[in-house]
Design a binder for this molecule. Structure first.
Ligand code: FBP
Length: 565
């Protein structure tokens, strides 16, 4: 059996025999996924109508949000319900643009396929444009017309390479003007922004701006991010989380067996997820590591770096007494940002970076408060440098670049050395650092992500066809069979609050953090002491596309939906 089968050529023709600019050689598994059937919720398969709910508010500071979004604030949620007559969009042909924004998440191509198929099925003769390279593609009017041949090779495939993504923000009056020019030039009826919290905030600003200027283009968002922090009652999960966590869990399961096999390594695994610890928590539930640090808990009990180090060291010592000089420790990417003393330091650094010149002589450090200055000087030089790196276009510290796992290994080593001198530790300790991040963002989407994304895209098409704007595509009842999933849209302003970014107050979609009273955390907290001492490692293996476990959804979603996992 050959390991590769068909060469695809960026959708120019499919399959293409000649590799082109975007040519890919597909494995047999990739090829088999192209025709993987995608069931739709029954409400999308039959005539439907849209029913509006009651007036919405905001996640925080409603008065501020109302002022910032005078044309959109208060919009009701929309729900698709079965109807006797054909859909409200009737025979209108639409011109729709779609953009992938921010970090990759498995399933993005299926959102685009869903929009495309909706237009084919319900608004024949419509056109779908894909903006290339993220929001910059909108501003620079760089696009490609998406046809059935173009899209086909990307169905059920990971990555965002169909049209690529970017992190640019449409923010300044000139940038809004550019977006407006593109909308007018392409005569766009609608735009779908597939993105995380920042990108959907941007989608809302665009929708507000278009409506304020009487531009006919409507904007609908789609909840994308492996981080799992864009969710609310109506949007139970963001796509990509399910796949990414399953990929990381496979890798964690592997290092667990490595740890047990050699008996000499402590694997410190930092997991992506930016601010929130959802990925770390989900991977812990899937694999049962010896130690898992949850950033939200660290912040809630106001732990210092020393407290976190001592907690890890205590477990290492206890395990040493039992003869286990190995283990696996999970650390969320955003940990550093949760430790109150580091949070304070980062907030001060953000202000300095936004308003001052950072001189080589280090005079800028005098602007730090005493405690922050001491902490900064105490941190290893590599971490100091990583904390000073440029913020992303949305004003976030680039936590993916801060090697907290290495810092913790150093700190635990120092503490163990001290305990050895004192005679309270006799074991051996060797730390191995890992960062599992980019490895999980472009995997072949799970059956769940494939189907969920397709429904999100199909729903976005339906919302635009029904004249909606400023909503995020919302697919719910995800614990039930797909036929019973609910479909609608939630007002983006209802998810908003104001936050300080780049030294100014800005509207942002409030991040959904790990809830310490929530079912996933409580389940983990009830098990962690046992996992610390007894080795209860689970190695879930690679994602399955067929067979008994292929349609299982992640523990977080299952527990949040009320299941007894
Ligand atoms: P999004 O919020 O855009 O989905 O980003 C997800 C993410 O993978 C984070 O987990 C990570 O911190 C960040 O992107 C890395 O950013 P970059 O791709 O710019 O290195």
């Amino acid at each position: 059996m050959s390991s590769s089968s068909v060469i695809y050529n960026g959708g120019k023709s499919s399959p293409a025999e000649t590799p082109g600019r975007f040519a890919s050689v597909y494995s047999e598994v990739q090829t088999s996924r192209l025709n993987h059937p995608l069931p739709l919720p029954s409400v999308l398969k039959n005539p439907f109508k849209i029913v509006d709910g009651s007036r919405s508010s905001a996640a925080g500071n409603p008065d501020e949000i109302a002022k910032l979004f005078p044309n959109l604030f208060g919009q009701p949620p929309a729900m698709l319900v079965p109807s006797d007559s054909a859909g409200s969009g009737s025979d209108q042909k639409l011109k729709i643009g779609v953009v992938l924004s921010g970090g990759q998440a498995p399933g993005g191509h299926n959102v685009i396929s869903g929009i495309f198929d909706y237009l084919q099925d319900c608004a024949k003769g419509s056109t779908l444009y894909g903006f290339r390279g993220g929001p910059a593609g909108i501003m620079k009017c760089k696009y490609v017309e998406l046809t059935s041949e173009f899209i086909y090779p990307y169905r059920n495939q990971g990555g965002f390479d169909m049209i690529c993504s970017g992190r640019d923000k449409i923010e300044t009056p000139e940038q809004f003007k550019q977006a407006e020019e593109t909308a007018l030039k392409l005569d766009l009826d609608g735009l779908v922004v597939i993105g995380g919290d920042d990108s959907n905030t941007n989608a809302c600003l665009l929708a507000e701006n278009f409506r304020g200027k009487n531009v006919k283009t409507h904007v609908i968002g789609c909840p994308k991010t492996i981080d799992g922090d864009l969710k609310c009652k109506e949007v139970p999960t963001s796509f990509g989380f399910d796949t990414a966590c399953k990929i990381y869990s496979e890798m964690i399961g592997n290092v667990m067996i490595d740890a047990r096999s050699t008996g000499k390594y402590y694997h410190f695994v930092r997991l992506m997820g930016r601010a929130a610890s959802h990925i770390t928590l989900e991977c812990a539930l899937q694999t049962h590591p010896n130690i898992t640090i949850i950033g939200e808990e660290v912040a809630a009990v106001k732990q210092t770096l020393k407290n976190v180090t001592d907690y890890i060291t205590d477990v290492v010592c206890k395990r040493g007494e039992l003869g286990y000089n190995y283990g696996v420790i999970l650390i969320p990417e955003g940990l550093i940002d949760f430790i109150p003393e580091v949070q304070q330091l980062i907030a001060e650094l953000n202000e300095i970076l936004a308003h001052d010149v950072v001189d080589e002589a280090g005079l800028w450090k005098k602007k730090l408060r005493n405690q922050s200055q001491q902490l900064f000087d105490f941190l290893p030089q590599a971490i100091q440098e990583q904390l000073m790196l440029e913020r992303d276009p949305h004003g976030n510290v680039q936590v993916a670049k801060i090697e907290t796992e290495k810092m913790l290994i150093q700190m635990v080593e120092t503490e163990l050395e001290k305990r050895k001198q004192e005679g309270t530790y006799k074991g051996q300790f060797k730390g191995q650092s890992h960062f599992f991040g980019y490895e999980g963002r472009c995997g072949l989407p799970t059956n769940f992500d494939s189907t969920y994304c397709y429904a999100l895209g199909y729903a976005a098409g339906a919302l635009l066809h029904s004249g909606k704007t400023g909503l995020i595509s919302s697919v719910g009842n995800l614990g039930a069979p797909v036929e019973e999933w609910t479909v609608g849209g939630t007002a983006l302003t209802a998810l908003m609050d104001v936050e300080r970014r780049h030294g100014k107050f800005k509207p942002v979609i409030k991040k959904a953090m790990v809830e310490l009273e929530g079912a996933p955390f409580r389940k983990f907290a009830s098990m962690r002491e046992e996992w610390a001492i007894k080795n209860r490692y689970i190695s879930p293996g690679p994602i399955q596309f067929i067979g008994p476990a292929s349609n299982d959804i992640n523990h977080t979603l299952l527990l949040e939906l009320g299941a007894q996992a």
